[in-house]
Design a protein around this ligand. Structure first.
Ligand code: SAM
Ligand code: SF4
Ligand code: SF4
Length: 369
């Protein structure tokens, strides 16, 4: 029944109220916990050519899965407009993500449009992208030429059998390594390599990955397996705490902690004591960093999410396509950020589905990492 469908949409993505009095952005927005708005993650597609078991398991994301129709996706012009308005509110860093962002046609054009945006401080925007690396060898130079600063590449194993099992589409490690080299040659650095660690699945890859990237131009980061979305059947027993990963690496390759680069940095940094580079640890499960989380996420279809673990987004597209002025949209976003109190990782309970909080959590492949 149509009424029912409208009700569901309203619950999942409430309309964003527009304040009646316009106010010029100051670049100094703070949320209900005093956190500024600094980072914007933009998901440019909900599709992916991998079926990573922890993100888009084949059983759920099969041939019958309903991806967004093309008309629902924000256009590059719409994305750039949002980015421009958010930069005026203080955003200094933009990360393109997905799904697999390099599947979005002509992504270089969007990169060029974002690159052309000025910032209030005059400092250049930090423009980056997270990718599974499968199309990087082909696209690295064009992305660099369009103005992308750097890339982060996901790679969960060095052993081909383990990696093929995890991406579940039989993709080879060598092709990702080739993409990494192409990105390095194009100057898309510093390049980070993200490895999600899942107990019993790729824990035997921790040391081979550390050995491989030690002393290389790439910074390896270990990510705790998270309870994002509602499809991956997350279980705390499958999380290997970062402290354990540090111990396992340190036993063979001695490590020492390094001070954070800036407040809000997601990864804790450690360096090899023989000065052959560093490694990072993203411990969203065992050491929540909500207290200085400065990230806002824009979904492929134009919903704003104030937390990775949110159960609903805020329908910005309705304003973009509803003839609203820049001042209206800017005011609506400011109001949303001021009311933000999210701190899911600090309050995580055994109910990880989100159902107790009024709905299923949004999928990682839809909102981006
Ligand atoms: N497809 C691109 C990729 O894989 O790099 C970009 C999108 S992906 C959703 C972004 C990041 O989220 C990847 O580094 C991926 O490993 C990570 N990720 C996905 N599901 C995760 C989970 N359940 N726990 C921790 N990290 C996860
Ligand atoms: Fe695709 Fe990235 Fe999710 Fe893997 S982690 S399924 S590559 S979106
Ligand atoms: Fe930020 Fe939400 Fe993650 Fe906490 S749980 S760090 S608020 S995205």
């Amino acid at each position: 029944m149509p009424e029912k469908i409208i009700l569901m949409n309203d619950l999942r993505s409430p309309a964003m109220p527009v304040p009646s009095v316009a106010e010029a952005p100051t670049g100094l927005l703070a949320d209900a916990r005093g956190r500024p708005l600094h980072d914007l993650r933009i998901s440019v597609t909900d599709r992916c050519n991998f079926r990573c078991v922890y993100c888009m398991p084949k059983e759920v994301f099969d041939k019958d899965y309903a991806y967004l129709p093309h008309g629902d996706l924000l256009s590059f012009e719409e994305i750039t407009r949002v980015a421009r308005l958010l930069i005026a509110h203080g955003v200094e860093k933009i990360r393109l993500t997905g799904g697999e962002p390099l599947l979005r046609k002509n992504l270089e054009r969007l990169v060029g449009m974002l690159r052309a945006l000025g910032t209030p401080s005059g400092r250049p925007l930090d423009l980056t992208l997270t990718t599974n690396g499968s199309l990087l060898a082909r696209k690295a130079q064009a992305l660099k030429d369009a103005g992308l600063d750097r890339v982060t590449v996901s790679l969960d194993a060095l052993d081909d059998t383990v990696f093929r099992r995890m991406n579940d589409v039989d993709f080879a490690v060598a092709d990702v390594l080739h993409g990494l080299d192409a990105a390095h040659a194009a100057g898309l650095g510093p390049i980070k390599v993200n490895m999600v660690v899942k107990r019993g699945t790729n824990e035997d890859q921790i040391l081979p990955m550390a050995r491989h990237f030690k002393g290389s131009p790439f910074i390896l980061r270990f990510i705790e397996y998270m309870d994002v979305g509602a499809s991956n059947g997350w279980n705390m027993d499958e999380v290997i705490p970062s402290a354990e990963v540090v111990r396992r690496i340190g036993a063979e390759l001695p490590l020492a902690p390094v001070a954070a680069n800036y407040s809000g940095e997601t990864a804790a940094r450690w360096r090899y004591v023989d000065n052959c580079g560093e490694v990072g640890f993203i411990s969203s499960v065992t050491q929540a960093f909500c207290h200085d989380c400065t990230r806002l996420r824009l979904s492929t279809e134009g919903k704003l999410y104030t937390c990775l673990f949110a159960t609903r987004g805020h329908d910005l597209r309705a304003l973009l396509r509803g003839g609203r002025t820049d001042a209206d949209i800017s005011g609506a976003v400011a109001q949303l950020w001021r009311g933000r109190a999210d701190r899911y990782s600090e309050t995580r309970t055994v109910d990880t589905s989100g159902l107790a909080r009024g709905g299923k959590k949004v999928e990682m492949s839809y909102i981006g990492g």
